[in-house]
Design a protein around this ligand. Structure first.
Ligand code: NI
Length: 175
């Protein structure tokens, strides 16, 4: 946090055949998994281009959901080039977020709970999905990175910007 690249608007990707792109994605996947993160955006590794990776595994979703409801809440490891999203309903949801660019902290962030996103895979094929819950959150968090926004800038209550070591004091409210 504070490096100028994290505050910039990233550039659209025009050449998917660039071998550097593949290497970058491999590095990003490794970094994300090493850090036990759910997502990473290219500006976080100082590449100001519109590329994000993320996953929304089943163990991050609300356990109270039926299998049918849970479908939009999960996503496999996804590489998304030039992503865009639209908000599908006015409902907002709060959740704790962390970020590899804001180490050691967690913040309570309210975001739209239901979105549709689009982009391309590294193979150039279009990807379009509806997302809810943690899945919707991680996609919005990563897309924010492409516009130079870190999650603390999305917070409305900075008393809920806390150290990771203090998360035990903050149980998530039940819906
Ligand atoms: Ni982040």
């Amino acid at each position: 946090m504070g490096h100028p690249v994290l505050g910039q608007k990233a550039e659209a990707i025009t050449d998917l055949a660039d071998p550097e792109l593949r290497r970058l994605v491999e590095d990003m996947v490794e970094t994300m998994i090493d850090a036990n993160g759910a997502g990473l955006a290219a500006p976080q590794v100082h590449e100001s281009i519109r590329l994000v990776i993320f996953q929304a595994p089943a163990n991050r979703r609300d356990p109270g959901l039926s299998e049918a409801e849970a479908y939009d809440h999960t996503a496999p490891l996804t590489v998304l080039v030039n992503p865009v999203f639209e908000v599908l309903s006015p409902e907002r949801e709060g959740g704790w977020e962390g970020c590899l660019s804001v180490p050691g902290l967690r913040g309570w962030v309210e975001r739209p709970a239901h979105i549709r996103y689009r982009g391309m895979g590294l193979d150039g094929k279009p990807i379009e999905r509806v997302a809810k819950g943690f899945h919707a959150r991680v996609v919005q968090h990563e897309c924010d990175h492409l516009d130079g926004i870190l999650y603390p800038q999305r917070m409305s209550d900075l008393t809920k910007l806390i150290f990771e070591s203090e998360t035990k004091h903050w149980l998530e409210p039940k819906e």
